[in-house]
Write a protein that binds this ligand. Sequence first.
Ligand code: FE2
Length: 372
Amino acid sequence: MKLEKIIPEAKDFLPLLGTDYVEIIVGNAKQAAYYYMSAWGFQPLAYKGLETGSKDSVSYALRQDKITLVLTSPLEHGGDYNRHLNEHGDGVKNVALWVEDATKSWEETTKRGAKSAFEPKVLEDENGRVVISGIHTYGETIHIFVERKDYGGAFMPGYRAWNPDYKPAPVGLKYIDHMVGNVDWGEMNTWCKFYAEVMGFAQIISFDDKDISTEYTALMSKVMSNGNGRIKFPINEPAEGRKKSQIEEYIDYYKGAGVQHIAVATDNIIQTVTELKARGVDFLYVPENYYDDVLDRVGEIDEDLAPLKELGILIDRDDEGYLLQLFTKPVLDRPTMFFEIIQRKGAQSFGKGNFKALFEAIEREQESRGTL
Ligand code: FE2
């Protein structure tokens, strides 16, 4: 399919095949892997640690359908991983993008102003070769370009396949729909410009502080997408309000810009959320009166309203269809990163109704944390 057909403004000098993996630096990778397997239904995929010759860090790679999570912890005193943990707490370090040519991706983006994180390098083992390169984006987050067409191993050279007996069933998560970055005051446009100029993305929608504000606080958001629509990066910044915005709370605790949430798609949100709740995942509370007039706002939907209301699933609409969404509470100790579960029924973009409902739900949590 031609890129121009989907998002005509996007440039195709950086063709992206999809999200390759998301790497989270955590305090205890072994236990985090157990959480994502038990609660979220990720399957064990690959492991790297002392036994494979990795002296400074340990990583567990987990997979569910097209989503690959990597959980990494330091094994040594000091060093960059410990500094990252001290600074940010657990958090996303690498958002890896799957490309045909990692060398060309690095050249095209650095030529357009990206700051290099590392030059293209070849990783090899008995299963073939992977080429990776990296550029910096907001905060300490890095985009790694991954070229894996000549690789047949479980995940990456350096890892070995990991196949423990313990494999809780998947919960129906399919792919990463979008990943949201929180940036500091006045930086949203800088980073949207970065995605447009350096990576060839186009803006598909924007919400200003009038769209997303409550009695107390406000934020602004723009959604950037690559040409084929597989990679969507909304960027949020705080806006002036009477009290402290959730984006400021994030930035205070994360100590800077970073990934706020990872949205994962399912074909059956009712089933997926029911299962996640049963396994202990905490979701944001949606007040019952949200459902009083929601169908007047979004029109007819295929699902019964009762189970959506019971689970607190939000409904919104754009020009092309509707979407169902639900947000977890932060999955880490600091009030920073959370997940979103999303099911698209025709809608390719986002609606502002859900944004506001999410914002109000987080505000209730902020109140309880004393950070509003
Ligand atoms: Fe989202």
